[in-house]
Design a protein around this ligand. Sequence first.
Ligand code: C5P
Length: 225
Amino acid sequence: MGASPPFLLVAIDGGAASGKSSTARALAARFPLLHVDTGAHYRAITAEMLRRGVTPGDGPAVESALAGLRLGTRVSGSAAQMEIAGKVPGDEIRAPEVNAAVSHFAALPAVRTALLHYQRSQVEVARAHGFKGLVMEGRDIGSVIFPGADLRFFLHADPVERARRRAQEGQQDSVAERDRLDSSRKTAPLTCPPGAIDIDSTHLNLDQVVARVAAEVAARLPHVP
Ligand code: C5P
C-alpha cells in the first residue's frame, strides 16, 4: 500500500462570535478544504436533547439518548453537516433556548467523548470527497481534537464587540456567559493552546482576518493560487 496523500489540518478556536465561522467558511471557499463547524454539532445535540425533554443534570438520560443517536455527515459544497438519524437539523439549532442550554450540555464528558470520535472521523470524510484537508472550528480543536494539526489559530475579540456582532445578526445570545461556562468547565475548556497563532480581531474586519489566516494556509498548499 502506498502512503496516503498529504492532508492539511487547520484548527480555528475562539470564543462565541469571535469570527471563527466566517473565517473558516472563507478559507474553505478559497482552498480545497472541507469546513467543519463543531459548534453546530453541540447545538444539534442540544436541540435533540431539549426535544426529548432531557436535561443536562440527568446524566443517565443524557447517556441513553447519546447511545441511540445515529450520527452521519452530509457534504454540501465545501461544508460538512452533521446528520442525526439521516437529517441535518435546521435553524432550530440557533434558537434562544439552544443558545442558553448548549454550554451546559457541552460541559458533559459523555457528550464531548461522543463528539470527539465523530469529529476526528471527519478526516476520512474529507479524504473520501477529494478534499486536500479540513478546516475545523470550535473551542477545543487545537487543544484536544487535533493537537497535532498543521495550523492552529485562536481568535480573540473584545466581548462588547462580539455581543454587537451577535445582536447585528438578530440573535439573542449571551456570549459572555457562554464564554464563562466554556472556559471554566473541567473537560476541554476554551483556551488558547500553547503554540497556536493568536489573532485579536477586535479592530480587524473579516477580510483582514481571512488574509492573515489564508497566508499561512497558502504557504502550506503552494499549488493553490
Ligand atoms: O461555535 P458556537 O458558538 O456555535 O458553539 C456553541 C457552543 O458549543 C459553545 O458555546 C460551546 O459550549 C460548545 N462548543 C464546545 N466545543 C466546541 C465547539 C462548541 O464546547 N469545539
